[in-house]
Design a protein around this ligand. Structure first.
Ligand code: NAP
Length: 347
């Protein structure tokens, strides 16, 4: 039996509230949910008529300030394959529209290790390399092998290896040319031997609380501990609109770090391998008094100053105005310019 090619549904004047985890209302001129690679030729045809295109996964890293005059493509390609295995590692090919956390738990259930610290990060597999997602001392690039993408400008399929992705801190080459590529699938090389990364504050304590041995936890125990740490600090997007961290942790030179530290001795700072210092954006924002702030339905989460929230009916513009005020006050007090982590549309 030949595969069935699903017809591609095109919505006009589409409501984006259900397609972004801030839950803010905005409209797109047209919207397509891409469910099969067979639909790509029709998608490329549609693109010819679009002034702009925006590719989304589950919309967990985007803020719509206004309506989007263009075509929104929701990448919902599904599928997980084990490509190769030896005694040390397994190579997997995962479709871009798979849910990230479901994939992490699936990989652990197969006893493929490495992604346990990245448990419960909201989003899709295809969005993960764009952001080079990272948490609790592990970044995606460590387990990334390559990816397949369609160049939406030419319609050609392209492969990107790790070097070509030019990964950085929450960064990759895809951020420099947003929406040029539609990521189809991502290949990971995971370990068959667990190498626990437990150095971030709170992990060992949570393992103990959950009845695990903090000296030799298994991967599912680590994943559970990380998930609980996240649940305790971060609001569930289904209940309170948010995109996780709204600002990147700033990287500053040693000289700059020492200057600020002399004035604010309690300021946390983490020395990076390349010699810079990473500062805690959450700490800087909290020092400016924003934690728990609320103006109408736009606010700062009371348990984490880095998370801007929509308590219900905030507009994207209201959240953006709040973000701008936070940036101004951090800049005024510390001389540091915070950079937003999510995409802000229109950018
Ligand atoms: P935190 O403990 O309040 O610390 C603030 C920041 O300091 C962290 O973001 C982390 O940077 C850095 N840091 C803390 N301990 C460190 C260590 N031992 N070595 C090097 N850097 C260290 O952090 P948090 O907000 O609860 O977040 C915990 C982890 O979850 C972090 O890795 C964070 O990135 C991740 N997270 C990500 C998002 C997101 O939306 N992207 C949301 C929430 C949490 P790094 O961010 O570089 O790790």
């Amino acid at each position: 039996m030949p595969d069935t090619i699903l017809p591609m549904e095109i919505r006009k004047n589409a409501d984006l509230a259900g397609f972004n985890s801030f839950g803010t209302g905005a409209r797109a001129t047209r919207l397509i949910q891409l469910r099969s690679v067979d639909q790509v030729p029709s998608l490329l045809g549609e693109l010819k008529q679009a002034s702009r295109v925006l590719v989304l996964g589950v919309g967990s890293n985007v803020l719509f300030k206004r309506d989007f005059d263009g075509l929104v493509v929701i990448n919902q390609l599904k599928g997980k394959r084990i490509l190769a295995e030896d005694e040390n590692s397994a190579t997997l090919d995962i479709a871009a529209g798979e849910n990230w956390h479901d994939f992490v738990r699936w990989s652990l259930a197969q006893e493929f290790f490495g992604l346990e610290n990245l448990s419960l990060i909201p989003g899709s597999v295809g969005a993960a390399p764009i952001q080079n997602i990272g948490a609790y001392g592990v970044e995606l690039e460590r387990y990334f092998e390559s990816l397949s993408a369609i160049d939406l400008a030419s319609g050609e399929q392209r492969e990107f290896d790790r070097a070509q992705c030019r990964f950085g801190y929450r960064d990759s080459c895809f951020k420099a040319q947003p929406d040029r590529y539609l990521i189809v699938s991502v290949r990971f090389r995971l370990d068959k031997i667990l190498h626990p990364v437990l150095d971030y504050a709170g992990i060992r304590e949570m393992l103990v609380l959950q009845g695990a041995n903090p000296e030799s936890p298994d991967a599912l125990q680590i994943s559970d501990a990380i998930s609980t740490l996240r649940v305790n600090k971060l609001p569930p997007p289904e209940l309170i609109g948010n995109v996780g961290s709204f600002f990147k942790n700033p990287l500053v030179s040693v000289q700059r770090y020492s200057r600020i530290q002399a004035e604010f001795p309690d300021m946390p700072g983490y020395r990076q391998p390349e010699g810079t210092y990473k500062l805690s954006a959450a700490w800087l924002i909290e020092q400016c008094g924003w934690k728990g702030y609320r103006n109408g339905d736009a606010g700062v989460y009371e348990r984490h100053a880095l998370v801007l929230v929509n308590h219900g009916t905030a507009t994207g513009e209201q959240i953006w105005q709040l973000a701008s005020r936070i940036r101004q006050s951090v800049s005024g007090k510390f001389g540091i310019e915070l950079e937003p982590e999510p995409r802000v549309i229109p950018d």
